[in-house]
Design a binder for this molecule. Structure first.
Ligand code: NDP
Length: 396
């Protein structure tokens, strides 16, 4: 039996709370966030008395410790923002609590994400006998678990890995992001980057693109982005010669994004406005639709997977493993759209893997370092069925 503390009551936190509440492996559940009323709303929507709620400022280690000392969780599921990763990890070390998240640390004042900050905690978690599971959403998350599964069962050596992420849904708004707008826009407007022959290759932002066909969806323009799981995957699977990440965007979305950048609304540095400091991208977040509210009229599917080429028994082999998730189905079950759903289901399942003793390994680990089999055996029944295709045209 496992006591779990969920931090963050956004779209992803909503799905995590639903899935954790439905799983008897969790004995007690606390949902805490900056705004307690949002936690109360989620708990009320789920019903019953499974979920306790609390207010916490996750930027403050003393506040986090006070909550952890009174509730005494076995594991924290961090689905607040990437800015809070390190304070939550500090509090976990101080209070002897295990840790899981879905996005790597980013400093508030620099749009830059890499694992070095969190990997620097490895020795401290190991010495404390605590497990930290990094990047357990869909991408990062299932994308890396799919890769680990392919390496374990279908390849002697993986040579080429392309993670492909398509959102073919339509929410009917002129412009909205599918998860936290600040984090999303910071990610997409960065330079592109991919791994090739032992080195990182940098490209202009969204410079490289290609039409790819997605199952049950069809052709979509897909853009090469840097994505955080590439960093750990090329280390954990050193036979990889090239690793890339692709995401689809529509023309309308890209036009809005260009205008947002051109007029300075994507800036992350503070400016003075009416005698008060504001950060333009944070102000933009306040006027854009809340991703949590997009679900109601969202139609269509997401399709995220790994296209892999490598060697098995001396022969070249291709393999495509993916999940399609329907926005309307996700909304019916949890009141959120598929992007929150595809992130929250793996986070809750990763914590269940820990609770069952299947993913317990003191230290700080990315998800591909754990056994993918029990996780993938449960992923379908938890709402995200996956499909494997062998020896197909990967288009890449
Ligand atoms: P939201 O912005 O909807 O939710 C974030 C929540 O965290 C809000 O409830 C917010 O509180 C709370 N929060 C923010 N700052 C603090 C703080 N200092 N203390 C306590 N609570 C705080 O984001 P999403 O739910 O869309 O995303 C959650 C996480 O999931 C993000 O880290 C995102 O990067 C990650 N993600 C990962 C994906 C993956 O596949 N791996 C895909 C999509 C998202 P308030 O409501 O008061 O603002």
């Amino acid at each position: 039996m496992c006591k779990v503390l969920i931090i963050g009551a956004g779209g992803v936190g909503t799905v995590v709370a639903h899935k954790v509440a439905a799983n008897p492996v969790f004995s007690e559940i606390m949902l805490a966030s900056r705004t307690k009323s949002k936690c109360d709303q989620i708990a009320a929507a789920i019903g019953g008395d499974r979920i306790q709620t609390a207010k916490v400022d996750a930027d403050s280690v003393p506040e986090l410790c006070e909550l952890m000392r009174s509730f005494k969780p076995d594991i924290v599921i961090n689905v607040a923002l990437p800015y809070q990763d390190l304070t939550i990890m500090d509090a976990c070390l101080e209070c002897g609590v295990n840790y899981l998240d879905t996005a790597n640390y980013e400093p508030l004042d620099e749009a830059h994400f890499e694992y070095s900050w969190q990997w620097a905690y490895r020795e401290r978690f190991e010495k404390a006998g605590l497990t930290a599971i990094l990047g357990c959403g869909f991408d990062p998350g299932v994308s890396a678990i799919f890769t680990a599964y392919a390496a374990k069962h279908h390849f002697d050596e993986i040579h080429y890995l392309d993670i492909v992420d398509c959102n073919a849904g339509n929410h009917g708004k002129a412009f909205a992001t599918n998860f936290n707008p600040e984090i999303n826009i910071r990610e997409i407007t960065q330079k592109g980057r991919y791994w090739e022959n032992g080195d990182w290759v940098t490209t202009g932002s969204l410079e490289i693109h290609k039409t790819l066909n997605y199952p049950n969806i069809g052709p979509r323009e897909s853009y090469l982005l840097y994505h955080e799981e590439l960093e750990s995957l090329v280390l954990n699977f050193p036979t990889i010669k090239r690793a890339r990440f692709w995401m689809t965007f529509g023309q309308e979305y890209l036009t809005h994004l260009r205008v947002i950048q051109d007029i300075g609304m994507a800036r992350i540095d503070p400016i003075m406005y009416n005698g008060q400091e504001i950060v333009p991208i944070q102000f933009l977040k306040a006027v854009l639709p809340d991703p949590k509210t997009l679900g109601e009229n969202y139609h269509g599917e997401t399709s995220i997977g790994c296209r892999i080429r490598g060697i098995k028994d001396g022969k070249e082999k291709t393999y495509y493993i993916y999940n399609n998730c329907d926005h309307a189905e996700a909304y019916k079950e949890t009141g959120t759209q598929a992007v929150s759903y595809t992130t929250g289901v793996p986070a809750a399942l990763g914590a269940a893997m820990f609770a069952k003793g299947l993913w317990v390994k003191p230290g700080v680990h990315n998800v591909e370092e754990f056994d993918p089999d029990p996780f993938l055996a449960e992923l379908g029944p938890q709402g995200l069925p996956w499909v494997e295709l062998h020896d197909v045209d990967l288009e890449l």
